[in-house]
Ligand binder design. Sequence first.
Ligand SMILES: O=P(O)(O)O[C@H]1O[C@H](CO)[C@@H](O)[C@H]1O
Ligand SMILES: [Mn+2]
Ligand SMILES: [Mn+2]
Length: 395
Amino acid sequence: MNDKRAFLIVMDSVGIGGAPDADRFFNGDLPDTGANTIAHIAQACGLSLPVLDGLGLGAALALASGETAPGLDAQPQGLWGAATEISPGKDTPSGHWEIAGVPVPWQWHYFPDEQPAFPAAITRRICELAGTGGILGNRHASGTQVIQEFGARHIQSGWPICYTSADSVLQIAAHEQHFGLQRLLKLCEDLAPMLHAMKVGRVIARPFIGEDAASFRRTSHRRDYAIAPPADTILDIALGAGRTTHAVGKIGDIFSHRGISRLHKGESDADLAGHLVRLGQEAEPGSLTFANFVEFDSLYGHRRDIRGYGAHLEWFDAVAGRFIATLRPGDLAIFTADHGNDPSWCGTDHTRERVPVLGVGVGTRAIGQVSFSDIGASVMAHLDLPAPQEGKSFL
Ligand SMILES: O=P(O)(O)O[C@H]1O[C@H](CO)[C@@H](O)[C@H]1O
Ligand SMILES: [Mn+2]
Ligand SMILES: [Mn+2]
């Protein structure tokens, strides 16, 4: 067997602008045209990313969008390029599945930005499963704001807080103790088949703790109940060929737990960084490690926190350096992203953008403009495994 290892690392929402179809995606009434996560953070507060920029982040930014950014001007030393998505959604599963060789072949169902957001049949089903007389929320919302607003009424009435966003999701926030964590997870799991049948991508359990608006806080016990990918992804192909596949962070949930040998979860990106560095040291010959670092998106992008996002990028850059130091000759590591989430943009939703493709282990190489699925095809080529249904290796 080929001993080479592959590491595919998704920096969730770290986009570089330039998506050719950005005008078809919206935050509120405003199209995503011009959104650029990396450029706008760098222009607002400067960025020092010696590792990622050294691989070619600034060069990829200029290639993707024609933008330059202060501090991102190194001569690329790695494999570098920019990837464009074709799936009709700017959500996390669409981005990851396409990276893994399976663009989304259907239109997702989105709930309208109206009140109520959910049709009566869904509300009835939630009430029946939860044993409650109603639901709270029932609209588009930010998850941190919705628990501030409805948390106290939730504790008092016992009704679950149900909300959605510009993504194809139905999210249910409920208190870990007053409602019960296991009860919330069971509710979401039992509700998911109805939603999946209508092409709603995910039902997401959003447990929280605290006793009043000042102390309500979401916990790391979030769980996503996602539609399964419609074809074999690189994880299915690698596992099916007898390779070990490591899923770090949300990857298990995103792929509906298919094609995964071992899950490595954590409370925070800091925990996941520990897993990634350990896997760099320990992952088996021939293995595939697929990691997602979610906090760029969940803590900073959706919260429109430009400085927080910038600081997290700089923290991650140091993690990337520590991880790269563990790699062995023959290994390939690729850093990329699944969509944008420009914290300088209006609204609170993802932004349609191109993403960087930054590789370590194959020398300095400009790959130019590629597609999301070329990333998965390249990982499979590196591992000497069959290509997924879409994509062409750039190696
Ligand atoms: O505001 P919160 O609850 O973090 O929701 C965000 O998280 C969801 C799933 O990733 C997205 O659809 C976005 O709305
Ligand atoms: Mn994402
Ligand atoms: Mn998100």
